[in-house]
Design a protein around this ligand. Structure first.
Ligand code: HEC
Length: 126
């Protein structure tokens, strides 16, 4: 019984990679499920987060209009929402949060991933 099991295990360990190993035969197919171009390693507030907010959010959450009572004008305000979880909850359409932007269109996944990475690093003013 034990030998039978071992032999099957051996056969499977040879067969499985042979059957599945080269299913994707070009780079595009292989990487289609991974966003390889999304670099979340060094996200800058000034160079990345701020422009996203300016383009997507400040029209409703800036100095002159603070819809829902949410003010994202200036680093200290952004940091507040970054660290209390509401910024990520909103852009990630998390349950219990109002989805932002409210147009129904999510931000690009890479943008959301970068916001998350920046928050995870403590939302630095970098
Ligand atoms: C067209 C106007 C508009 C835009 C653009 C917009 N928001 Fe909002 N936002 C609102 C309104 C209105 C509310 C209050 C919704 C409510 O309470 O039902 C809100 C609420 C929020 C909240 C609180 C959500 C919660 O559940 O706690 C956050 C955080 C937020 N917005 C962030 C953002 C971010 C980040 C962006 C850009 C990616 C953005 N908003 C873009 C109108 C907007």
């Amino acid at each position: 019984m034990k030998r039978f099991f071992l032999r099957n295990a051996l056969i499977m360990s040879i067969l499985m990679p042979a059957l599945t190993g080269c299913y994707f035969d070009n780079k595009e197919d292989l990487y289609q499920f991974l966003d390889v171009t999304c670099d979340t390693s060094a996200v800058s507030y000034g160079a990345f987060i701020l422009p996203v907010l300016e383009n997507e959010c400040l029209v409703c959450h800036g100095q002159s209009s603070q819809q829902g009572g949410v003010n994202l004008e200036g680093y200290n305000q952004v940091r507040l929402y970054a660290t209390n979880g509401r910024l990520f909850g909103a852009v990630n359409h998390g349950s219990g949060f109002v989805a932002m932007p409210p147009t129904g269109q999510r931000l690009a996944q890479c943008t959301i991933d970068k916001i998350k990475a920046w928050i995870d690093k403590g939302a630095p003013d970098n």
